[in-house]
Design a protein around this ligand. Sequence first.
Ligand SMILES: *[C@@H]1O[C@H](CO)[C@@H](O)[C@H](O)[C@H]1NC(C)=O
Ligand SMILES: *[C@@H]1O[C@H](CO)[C@@H](O)[C@H](O)[C@H]1NC(C)=O
Length: 322
Amino acid sequence: MALAMAFLFLVVLGAGVHADTSFQYYQFSDSSGSISTLGDARIYIDDLALELTNTSAGRATYDYPVRVLSTSPSTSISFETTFIFSIEPDVGVPSSYGAGLTFSISSENTTVGDPGPFLGLVKANPSSSLALPTVKYFALEFDTHQDTQFQDMNDNHVGVDFNSLISNQAKPAQSGVTPITLASGSHIQAYVTYNSLAKILDVSIAPYVNQDYVKPAQSLISVPIDMGTLFNEYMYVGFSAATGAGSVKHKIWSWTLKTTTVDSSGQPVASPPDSVNSGPGPSPSAFDQGSGFGDSGSARSVSSILWPFLGLFAVMVGLVCS
Ligand SMILES: *[C@@H]1O[C@H](CO)[C@@H](O)[C@H](O)[C@H]1NC(C)=O
Ligand SMILES: *[C@@H]1O[C@H](CO)[C@@H](O)[C@H](O)[C@H]1NC(C)=O
């Protein structure tokens, strides 16, 4: 049964509020805690996927605000996220198209944006063709429709957006030198890394080939940006998507995200875990459900170290108290 197949693992490192976030969803089910959905979005049990659209727009966010901006001048926060998505055309309706999908880091988690060019991320401004400037965000857009008001280059591009759907940088979708059709229904893995010391954001995508995803050596987009100027200390991470004309499905199949607070030499500011939260999920033996999913090695090693340690700790506490 699909129950207990999804896995959520949240490690809170550091003292109190100065916490790094790390989680992995190898798939989604009704036991995938800590994800809230708005609009069309829902967790689709038959697929074990997060389905963002049906006929309009949807959004899904991780419930816990993620600390993405350090208030201490001696530290900064890097992050990396990977996710697998697919955009499935509406086969019955040839003229239908989707608008696209975004991963976003946003200042709020309660509004689903408008459909079409607004990608389910932001609300349209009723008095212009642009968006209401009420939300702070970084978004990575996978845009499958050319919208001239947002200066889209074509109907198959990847763009990075900072507080505007007019992309700061955009590239036709490709993995290394291989062109990718975003709305083919095929699974695609995205890799997003922000190095807070170099202040560079890197984005790559990889298709599923020979039962694997291979991250290309060269980033698709590499942008110098100081994310600190965009972010509040705590922001919400998640996805949005929108249809255009028709009912294109936008799905997320798995997702990992990790923040790392680093000092001025780039070393992680490590301190022992002060709390461990495991969401509703399986025993650690089910981690292998994530096979074929890149970048999961470190997650496995962290959890394989932590779980036996916690078990031993619980036994010791039990002995001492008895
Ligand atoms: C928004 O975030 C808060 C925590 O800050 C959470 O309790 C709430 O469920 C979230 N709501 C939605 C719709 O995501
Ligand atoms: C999708 O939209 C159609 C048409 O509005 C509706 O009948 C159907 O129930 C929706 N499906 C889901 C899963 O929400």
